[in-house]
Design a protein. Sequence first.
Length: 158
Amino acid sequence: MTGADRKPPRLAGDDRETVMALLQYQRDSLVRKVEDPDEDTATRRLVGSDTTLLWLVRHLARAEATWVLSRFAGEPADVPDETRPGDTVAAAIADYRAMSALVDGVVAQHLLDDTATNDAGEPPVNLRWILMHLLEETARHAGHADILRELLDGSTGR
C-alpha cells in the first residue's frame, strides 16, 4: 500500500451527497488499510489499549449500527465492539460493508433534519449531526489505521 494515496472525492453536491461521499471515502480508506495484512498482523497490539486493525473495523461497524440503526431509527442493533477468538479480517470487513449498506438504506429514507428517535438520555440530534459524527469518527479511526500500518509494515497512503 506504500504510496497508494487516494484523494477524497471533489464534488459540488448538496449536504447529503457531500457527507455520504466523504463518509464512503473514509470507509474505503479504512478497509484498504486493513484488508492486506495477514491475521497476525491485523490483530497485533502496538499500543496499551485493545486497538488493532481488526478491532477498528469491528468498532466502526458498531458505531454505525448504534448511531443510525439504534439511536436514529430505533431498531435493534446488537453488534459486538470487540474481536473474538477466530475472528478474521475478511469477516470483519464483510460485516462492516453489510452494516454500511444497511445504514445507507436508512439514511436514504430520511431527511437530514429528521431527529433521532432514541436519544439515550442525551440532547436530541438530527440525522445531519449523526452523519457528521460518523464521518469524523471514521476519519479519526482511519487515521489510527494509517499509523498502525506504518508501524507494522511501513505502509503509507490513504
